[in-house]
Design a binder for this molecule. Sequence first.
Ligand SMILES: Cc1cc2nc3c(=O)[nH]c(=O)nc-3n(C[C@H](O)[C@H](O)[C@H](O)COP(=O)(O)O)c2cc1C
Length: 181
Amino acid sequence: MKILVTYLSKTGNTKKIADAIYGEIKEKKEIKRYDKVQSLEGYDLTFVGFPIHGYGPDGKAKKFLENQCKGKKIILFITHASSENHEALPGYLAKFREASEGTDLVGMFNCQGELAKGVKFIMKMMVGNPLRKFALEDNSKGQPDAERVNRAKVFTRDIMRVLYNWQKIGENSVTYSTGSN
Ligand SMILES: Cc1cc2nc3c(=O)[nH]c(=O)nc-3n(C[C@H](O)[C@H](O)[C@H](O)COP(=O)(O)O)c2cc1C
């Protein structure tokens, strides 16, 4: 099993989560920025990380998911300045799922990541733009904190265990029924 961790990170938050995930992987592994990845051929599984930009994936994220990830087993990890319990967050995350159509998306992790000071400053100047309200309500300072980094580690260990169990089921040709017939 060979695993790739790849990410887009403008201000370091998604990279921090990428590094935490990478540290938990026990198999043969590589970590690379998304723009250094030519192809996902040769990897059995890829963890793909992006920040939310403008309420969903930005053009680069969409392009990477559409062009590189089709037909590939991937796990998404997403950082965002919105609180994890923000009512609009499921909608933003759904856009990543939509952009992953045609991939074999087997898991998803998300956590809060600090809205960089410079970005926040610019957003606050954008009178009439919904991102202004977003910046004014921001509560993401210091994220992802140690607790969130740990959540990413636990997520990685858990999902790797599940994937290994699936693999074992496949290898041993064990079948199981989930329905009544
Ligand atoms: C241009 C821009 C747009 C953003 N739009 C959103 C957004 O719609 N929703 C959100 O929760 N966070 C938004 N953010 C915040 C980032 O998703 C968040 O700070 C993320 O952790 C940044 O990750 P990075 O440090 O890896 O670049 C935006 C940030 C930027 C720079």
